[in-house]
Design a protein around this ligand. Structure first.
Ligand code: HEC
Ligand code: HEC
Length: 298
């Protein structure tokens, strides 16, 4: 807030408080022109339909409530932020409170994690309590993309099968989670023509044991060897160092229909797994690694 607006806010607050006090105290009694006779009630002089308004003070408890709220508001803005740029004598901020709660939660988690320190990822993945912790972390951080059961969806890999883009060892899984992953499948339209895209698609059908047109597939094999084998492997088995999927199995990240496969080839694919290293400290990544590792065991 610029100092102009800060002063503006402070001035409005001060004027309001002074104004409220003035209304409260100045109007308690109306000055009478003539002194009252004994036992004559004080009147305001307002008459309506023959009914005269008495000048009785507000009940004391009511008046005091007003005073208390005014005093409360002044104490409040002195302690907490509210008066323009003045931070308040307590120094409280919502960010500070959030950070403190975050730090407390992290500390509680570190105490919990310490009990599992000596276990390997394999052992952790078999420990019922650790699996429960992993499942909860997975639900909060991963389920949006990979599904609450880890079963994946279009473009988001199934983590419960034995088909890995980047490898299913504890180390590979941890690297995927900590550093994230970026699939980079180039777009081939413009490099190979539609006929060649059809041919190579038929060849992929042949590789994965599906019905295919033999002549087209034979031509597609040459296209494959020229443009695709470098990443997907000579036999279509994939390359985990590049995250290039196995094209000879029945698992398709982006769908198994001819149209979707051709779309993958024509336009390329760029799957992004966001890095979690900064968001979740190491203790949490261990539980997640063990949980994901355990998912594919069944
Ligand atoms: C924003 C969506 C998103 C979130 C959130 C996300 N992932 Fe992923 N994850 C992906 C995508 C997309 C891929 C595949 C990347 C590719 O296509 O190369 C992936 C890949 C992976 C892989 C590698 C799979 C393989 O076959 O090698 C693992 C392991 C993984 N994620 C675990 C996790 C865990 C654990 C979490 C939670 C901490 C998580 N992911 C959160 C989108 C996400
Ligand atoms: C530079 C390496 C590279 C080359 C060359 C390459 N690909 Fe890919 N391909 C990938 C990667 C990496 C992915 C995974 C993308 C992702 O995870 O988002 C992929 C994904 C695919 C998919 C989707 C698989 C699925 O499970 O849905 C198909 C189909 C495919 N490639 C076919 C081909 C064909 C056909 C060629 C040759 C014309 C080719 N690729 C050349 C790296 C490559």
């Amino acid at each position: 807030m610029s100092s102009f607006w800060s002063i503006w806010v402070i001035a409005i607050f001060a004027i309001t408080v002074v104004g409220v006090c003035w209304v409260l105290f100045a109007n308690r009694r109306i000055e009478l022109d003539e002194p009252l006779k004994d036992d004559e009630p004080r009147k305001t002089g307002h008459v309506s339909d023959g009914i005269e308004e008495y000048d009785n003070p507000l009940p004391a408890w009511w008046f005091n409530m007003f005073v208390i709220t005014v005093v409360f508001s002044v104490i409040y803005v002195l302690l907490y932020p509210g008066l323009g740029n003045f931070p308040g004598f307590l120094g409280w901020t919502s960010t500070g409170q959030w950070q403190q709660q975050e730090a407390e939660a992290d500390q509680r988690f570190a105490q919990l994690a310490a009990r599992f320190e000596d276990l390997t990822i394999e052992e952790l993945s078999l420990h019922p309590e650790a699996v429960k912790i992993g499942a909860r972390l997975f639900g909060n951080n991963c389920a949006v993309c990979h599904g609450s059961d880890g079963g994946g969806a279009y473009g988001f890999p199934d983590l419960t099968d034995k088909d890995w883009l980047y490898g299913g060892s504890p180390e590979a899984i941890e690297t995927s989670i900590r550093n994230g992953r970026r699939g980079a499948m180039p777009a081939w339209s413009g490099i190979i023509d539609d006929g060649q895209i059809n041919q190579v698609t038929e060849y992929l059908f042949k590789l994965s044991g599906r019905d295919h047109v033999a002549g087209e597939a034979a031509a597609g094999e040459k296209v494959y060897a020229t443009y695709c084998a470098a990443c997907h492997g000579v036999d279509g088995g994939g390359n985990q160092a590049l995250g290039a999927p196995d094209l000879s199995d029945a698992v398709w990240l982006y769908g198994r229909s001819p149209e979707l496969i051709k779309a993958s080839i024509r336009s390329g694919r760029q799957g992004v797994m966001p890095a979690q290293g900064e968001m979740l400290h190491a203790g949490k990544i261990r539980f997640l690694t063990a949980y994901v590792y355990g998912l594919s065991r069944q």
